[in-house]
Design a binder for this molecule. Sequence first.
Ligand SMILES: Nc1ncnc2c1ncn2[C@@H]1O[C@H](COP(=O)(O)OP(=O)(O)O)[C@@H](O)[C@H]1O
Ligand SMILES: [Mg+2]
Length: 267
Amino acid sequence: MTENAGGERQPKIRIDHLYFGYGDSQSSDYVIEDFSLDVFDRDFVCIVGPSGCGKSTLLNVIAGLLPATKGRVLIDGVEPAGPGPDRAMVFQDDAVFPWYTVEQNIEYGPRATGVPPARRREVVSKALSMVGLMDDRDKFPRQLSGGMRKRVDIARAMIMQPRVLLMDEPFAALDVMTKERLQEEFVQIWTPMRMTVVFVTHDLEEALYLSQRVVVMSRNPGRVECVVDVPLEQPRSLMVKTTSVFQDMRRDLAQVLRTMHGGLEAR
Ligand SMILES: Nc1ncnc2c1ncn2[C@@H]1O[C@H](COP(=O)(O)OP(=O)(O)O)[C@@H](O)[C@H]1O
Ligand SMILES: [Mg+2]
């Protein structure tokens, strides 16, 4: 744990009075307005909120792909100049290269950053078995199911050992069974590594199952509406979703979203 001079625990990510607008910087038309949040090392935070409230925008600002209009995002106390390998992104749509095999896709990052061949083979092989694609390593993306392509995406992000993993509705396009399997697999992959994760989803069960804290975002402007702690033991099996504690939390969260925008669901 890092501490600053004042002895205060330093967050991995500090979002500090962030404002973001897509228009010119003079514009008062902010998508994100006065958004502050600390995410600590090894935290798994989910962000939920109505469609268009600025969840993807927020992730892009954290990733350094969009500049803050006002306020700051600090990673380990430092404002990054732009995107970097310390912050990996996984999107809803696969980012796999269709002309590369599974193995070549996973190898892409280490190759691009100059990891020597012997070490590369080692980390790629580890990543392949981590996501259960060892036997499929020579296949091309078109030969894979949606869930398998998503596993390639996850392996591509994990192999870079980012300090921060940013995930934008990564499982939203999958059918329910595949989604649940990937949620469980992802928990198994994340638990021993425990990099800091900010995970956007509109699926409240997914948010409660995966995270330690759920941040509810409001829309127009995008702000922190409330933060809900998830006091369930980790790692969690999918069975936790059937418990009454879990279902009560889900109901309360849905209620927050319903009342927030006069009847809007979390989507
Ligand atoms: N490139 C863009 N240019 C202008 N407006 C945008 C752009 N991307 C998103 N927006 C607007 O910003 C708001 C937030 O979008 P987004 O971050 O995608 O929301 P969410 O991910 O929560 O659905 C929406 O009103 C959207 O129309
Ligand atoms: Mg989005």
